[in-house]
Design a protein around this ligand. Structure first.
Ligand code: COA
Length: 160
């Protein structure tokens, strides 16, 4: 599969995730989220052929995303940048790659869920054109019980 062309991060490159990447991906996941996915979820996504990509810099995985595609809708399952690499534009690059990939696969709309407390992620999604379209009550585990998810979506224009 060819690499995705995006407009940021000259040193880091995107390539499809492989099973051999799972330990490194999971190591980033554990450091990036207070309530991380299990290693099994990543493995299941790969085996189900969900589009899954890693961002590699100097041979090290510094970010990744996974999405599902069904009919003309894409759903962002996970997008993550290693904590020490955040705030450098990698998250925006991953998000743009997601939109490019979804558009290329014929998706008309992309959805995602985000914690209302995740202000940085919300600002990123908002700045790339996502709108809040609803809430899923008690969707996420949280320190004191459960936390709602904001559901955000963007309508895609067809590829040029
Ligand atoms: C959310 C995440 C992917 C963003 O990646 P990133 O590489 O830090 O983001 P970028 O450097 O590309 O920043 C893009 C925009 O996000 C917003 N942003 C990022 N971090 C922010 C922060 N701490 N506070 C406010 N806004 C922030 C800004 O709008 C920023 O744009 P700007 O630099 O032009 O102001 C990353 O912080 C992350 O992996 N977090 C942990 C996992 C996670 O929460 N994933 C999202 C689950 S829904």
């Amino acid at each position: 599969m060819r690499a995705l062309a995006t407009d940021a991060g000259p040193r880091a490159s995107l390539r499809p995730m492989q099973e051999a990447d799972l330990d490194a991906v999971y190591e980033v996941e554990l450091r990036a989220y207070p309530f991380p996915w299990t290693a099994g979820i990543f493995r299941d996504c790969l085996r189900a052929d969900y589009p899954s990509w890693v961002l590699v810099e100097d041979g090290r995985i510094i970010g990744y995303f996974l999405l599902s595609l069904a009919a003309d809708e894409a759903h962002v399952l996970n997008v993550c940048v290693a904590p020490e690499c955040q705030g450098l534009g990698h998250g925006r690059r991953l998000l743009r790659a997601i939109l490019q990939l979804a558009r290329g696969r014929g998706a008309h709309r992309v959805f995602l869920e985000v914690r209302p407390t995740n202000k940085g992620a919300i600002a990123l999604y908002d700045s790339e054109g996502f709108n809040e379209i609803g809430r899923r009550p008690r969707y996420y585990p949280a320190a004191n019980g459960r936390e709602d998810a904001l559901v955000m979506a963007i309508e895609l224009l067809p590829p040029e």
